[in-house]
Design a protein. Structure first.
Length: 65
């Protein structure tokens, strides 16, 4: 069965989107692994010195083993 050009383009778009999503997820995991650990005590000192961070555009992610 031969795919029509329209079907081929649709399939390419689906694959491209899936690859993009997978890459974004893997890059986020890499960023989390490279981010230095901050203890609760260090975080408290940072917040006392500079104030609490705003939640504008922030994400909280956790790496699960």
């Amino acid at each position: 069965m031969k795919l029509e050009i329209n079907d081929e383009n649709k399939l390419k778009d689906i694959v491209k989107e899936a690859v993009k999503d997978a890459l974004e997820e893997e890059i986020m995991k890499l960023r989390l692994l490279l981010t230095p650990f901050v203890s609760d005590e260090e975080q408290k000192e940072i917040e006392e010195s500079y104030g609490k961070p705003s939640n504008d555009g922030a994400k909280t992610l956790t790496i699960k083993d």
